[in-house]
Design a protein around this ligand. Structure first.
Ligand SMILES: NC(=O)c1ccc[n+]([C@@H]2O[C@H](COP(=O)([O-])OP(=O)(O)OC[C@H]3O[C@@H](n4cnc5c(N)ncnc54)[C@H](OP(=O)(O)O)[C@@H]3O)[C@@H](O)[C@H]2O)c1
Length: 245
């Protein structure tokens, strides 16, 4: 699809990658860009129309779909990361918040906007996922589970909405230089590079974006994940575990 002239909605557009997505859409000539955020006053990007949205509130998600009937490109970007393990987190609070936001929030958005996109000729959905869609990393275990679920959701929604001409793009990335990765001491992609790859893919009709070398390596290694992916992960975790005792 062409971005010039389209009407886009980006969730979590007040900061981080979502703000850069919104900026890039304006730059590429989108006719209108809705910047959705829990606090719409924080959406300050020039050319972006703020709208209040908490993606974990299905009632509000449905209302926003009604208030934005012109959307032809939905960018499901909003997400949370709580750096929580499966077995040593004190309780399920972090895991539930991550799943409620990253999986159920994105699912609600896809459901609410599917008829809007159909009415506008099909359009496209972009779901912001992660390299952790493809493997479990104990340093952000419960977050990875939400992105694996999001990968399944993305593939399923693509199949379900094919008949109405909606393209569904899954975006997988390693670390990106935003608040979410502020604690990370590892190479990071710029949000600008991610946004450019994503909208090139939307315009070029690709269904998946693997943003960086590590993500491409991990996806390519899936048939041999227990030889290529998990041994170094295990080593790092064992070292960290030893260090913490
Ligand atoms: N940064 C990375 O290394 C990285 C790597 C791979 C994938 N990702 C994914 O990229 C996306 C954007 O992350 P980021 O790096 O820009 O993170 P970020 O800087 O922490 O920003 C997260 C955004 O999501 C919003 N958000 C969180 N919960 C929400 C909710 N319930 N309703 C509406 N908005 C909500 C936040 O709004 P508030 O300001 O109100 O909190 C904020 O705008 C996420 O899906 C993340 O999982 C990030």
């Amino acid at each position: 699809m062409r971005i010039a002239g389209s009407v886009a909605l980006v969730s979590g557009a007040n900061r981080g990658l979502g703000q850069v997505y919104a900026r890039e859409l304006v730059h590429r000539g989108a006719a209108k860009v809705y910047g959705a955020a829990r606090n719409p006053a924080a959406v300050t990007e020039p050319g972006v129309t703020p709208i209040a949205l908490d993606i974990t509130d299905p009632h509000r998600v449905a209302e926003v779909a009604g208030q934005c009937p012109d959307v032809s490109l939905l960018v499901n970007n909003a997400g949370v990361l709580k750096y929580s393990t499966f077995t040593s987190a004190p309780d399920l609070t972090a895991a539930r918040l991550e799943m409620e936001t990253n999986y159920f929030g994105t699912l609600s958005m896809c459901r609410a906007f599917a008829p809007v996109l159909a009415a506008n000729g099909g359009g496209a959905i972009v779901n912001m996922l992660s390299v952790t869609s493809f493997y479990s990393n104990p340093f952000n275990a419960s977050y990875g589970a939400t992105k694996a679920a999001g990968w399944s959701l993305t593939n399923g929604v693509r199949v379900e909405l094919h008949h109405q001409g909606t393209k569904v793009v899954g975006v997988h990335a390693g670390f990106i230089d935003t608040d979410m990765a502020a604690l990370v001491d590892a190479p990071e992609d710029s949000p600008e590079s991610v946004a450019q790859q994503v909208f090139d893919a939307v315009e070029g009709g690709q269904v998946e974006v693997l943003c960086d070398d590590r993500t491409r390596f991990i996806k390519a290694s899936l048939p041999r994940d227990h030889e290529l992916i998990y041994p170094p992960v295990q080593k790092l975790w064992d070292l960290a575990f030893k260090g913490s005792r």
